[in-house]
Design a protein around this ligand. Structure first.
Ligand code: ADP
Length: 518
């Protein structure tokens, strides 16, 4: 199709960029799959592409991805989404990126080859490094400056592992030959030319998960680099979450501005229009992640939560959040499916759990990688407690779903204690929110309404908004907020005393999981 020329200037380009760029594309590079979604101006998804990638587990506690497979999937899903929408790159005002956070990539800047597989956020191989840091003189400085507990979860200790264990990498890093990035950096570098002039950037939300960025200055801090012994030359430049970083040079997107980067949980909060202090969302995916916005205030948790950057738009002050990160929720359902074979697909768990009226006294504590927030106990391991002859697979399925709800109660209570507020309702999103039984249990245990928006893909939507705001496709946060629509609501139906008693039993089950690994 030939496009008509601009009516004002009679040149095609301006017409295209000012009048025809009708959509924004989001790339959502997740833990299990990569998606590309095309959104229109109302924030409604028009078309998408999706591809899974391999989960490589070479040893207990180790989880790896192949960065080249992810990059290949990215180009593929972008092409799929554009084809399904019947659009081309010329129709796109901008591209936004959201990504699995903390997953660590180190690559050769000349060849573009990774020096090691990506070490995924769930990977616990850096525990000995964490223990060393925790006993070292800088432990308190690192915690205070970054807002993070010392845990294998964060990118910095995974990067240390690569620097210490992959021969030659430290020397090559010092010589400026290899680059570090979380997955956002890896994708932007490749999208903008790779070895041929690719730009090496990350955004404040991803950088805030490395143990290397100071929450106040929003820059890498020398003492932190020294404490973790990371050469500065390999680090990306830290930019805001919403600005034009550069233009794509890969054919499928050539010329389109890359204008938004947000870590996946921050993107979901942004897509839920949780912009202001007190706004809260919980995402139910592989793991669960609660974010409570604290506005421009940096709140250091007294109750086991993480302090994180929520977003930064251009030069405006950064916004912060408290985060409750729960490692294992949806992946427990996958475990029930893949390792136990109790269901053939994840959604089937709802029918199985619905065969019983309650959990029959069973509690599952899925401490597969230890417990994250609010406990931070690497010595915990999974337990199933309360078994009797009465218990059947329906009870186990129910206890598996309830484990997600109880863990969310724990992090929400921690957040409420930190900021001194009571939540009036909880905004939710993510794959597990398709499970109505779980959502009802969640409302029952929390004692507040649980609300899901009409657009379930909030993570991709948040990245689209960040990119679209940077290029003027959307004008303001207000306009974005107006796009939010309620899709479903669950109200508490359980007597509060019963919810309190169940939560008490859950806490006793959690105690049983602690101290298992010596
Ligand atoms: P991520 O973005 O972390 O990859 P998703 O938001 O796509 O995750 O959610 C996928 C997770 O949700 C999987 O772990 C899967 O087991 C779980 N899940 C998907 N559908 C259901 C369902 N109907 N009931 C319970 N769990 C589900």
């Amino acid at each position: 199709m030939t496009r008509p020329l601009c009516l004002i200037c009679h040149r095609g380009r301006l017409w295209q960029s000012r009048f025809v760029t009708t959509h924004v594309l989001a790339i959502d590079q997740g833990t299990t799959s990569t998606r590309a979604i095309v959104f229109n101006h109302a924030g409604v998804p028009i078309a998408s592409g999706q591809r899974e990638h391999r989960q490589v587990t070479p040893a207990p506690g180790w989880v790896e991805h192949d960065p080249l497979e992810i990059w290949d999937a990215t180009r593929d899903v972008v092409a799929q989404a554009l084809a399904a929408a019947n659009l081309t790159r010329a129709d796109l005002a901008a591209v936004g990126i959201t990504n699995q956070r903390e997953t660590t990539v180190v690559w050769d800047r000349v060849t573009g080859q990774p020096v090691h597989p990506a070490i995924v956020w769930q990977d616990t191989r850096s525990q000995a490094i964490v223990d060393r840091l925790a006993q070292g003189p800088d432990a308190e400085l690192v915690r205070h400056a970054t807002g993070l507990p010392l845990a294998t979860y964060f990118a910095g200790t995974k990067l240390m592992w690569i620097l210490e264990n992959v021969p030659g990498v430290r020397q090559r890093a010092q010589a400026g030959e290899v680059l570090f990035g979380t997955v956002d950096s890896w994708l932007v570098w490749n999208l903008t030319g790779g070895p041929d002039g690719g730009i090496h950037v990350t955004d404040v939300t991803n950088a805030s998960r490395t143990l290397l960025m100071d929450l106040e200055t929003l820059d890498w801090r020398e003492e932190l680099l020294a404490a973790l012994d990371v050469p500065r030359t390999m680090l990306p430049a830290i930019r805001s979450s919403s600005e034009v970083y550069g233009r794509a040079r890969v054919p499928v997107l050539a010329g389109v501005p890359i204008a938004g980067i947000l870590g996946d949980q921050q993107a979901a909060a942004f897509g839920q229009a949780a912009f202001d202090a007190g706004d809260t969302k919980s995402t139910y995916g592989t793991g669960n992640f609660l974010l409570v916005s604290t506005g421009e205030r940096i709140v250091r948790s007294q109750h086991g939560l993480i302090t994180t950057v929520a977003y930064r738009l251009g030069d405006a002050p950064a916004r912060y959040a408290l985060e409750g990160s729960v490692a294992v929720t949806g992946s427990l359902v996958q475990w029930l499916r893949d390792q136990l074979g109790l269901v053939d697909s994840a959604p089937e768990i709802e029918a199985l759990a619905g065969t019983v009226a309650d959990n029959g006294g069973v509690f599952v504590v899925p401490a597969f990688s230890g417990l994250f927030a609010p406990y931070w106990r690497p010595d915990a391991r999974g337990v199933i407690v309360g078994l009797t002859h009465f218990v059947g697979k329906g009870h186990i399925a129910r206890a598996v779903l309830e484990a997600t709800a109880f863990q969310t109660v724990d992090v929400l209570e921690a957040a409420q204690a930190d900021v001194g507020m009571r939540l009036s309702e909880l905004r939710v999103d993510g794959g597990m929110t398709a499970n109505g039984l779980l959502m009802q249990v969640q409302a029952d245990l929390l004692g507040v309404d649980v609300v899901r928006p009409s657009v379930a893909q909030t993570t991709a939507l948040g990245a689209a908004y960040a990119a679209g705001l940077a290029v003027g496709y959307w004008e303001s946060l207000e306009q974005v907020r107006e796009n939010w629509r309620e899709g479903a609501r669950w109200s508490p139906a359980m007597p509060p005393g019963e919810a309190t008693a169940l939560t008490g039993q859950w806490h006793r089950a959690v105690e049983r999981s602690l101290g298992w690994v010596e």
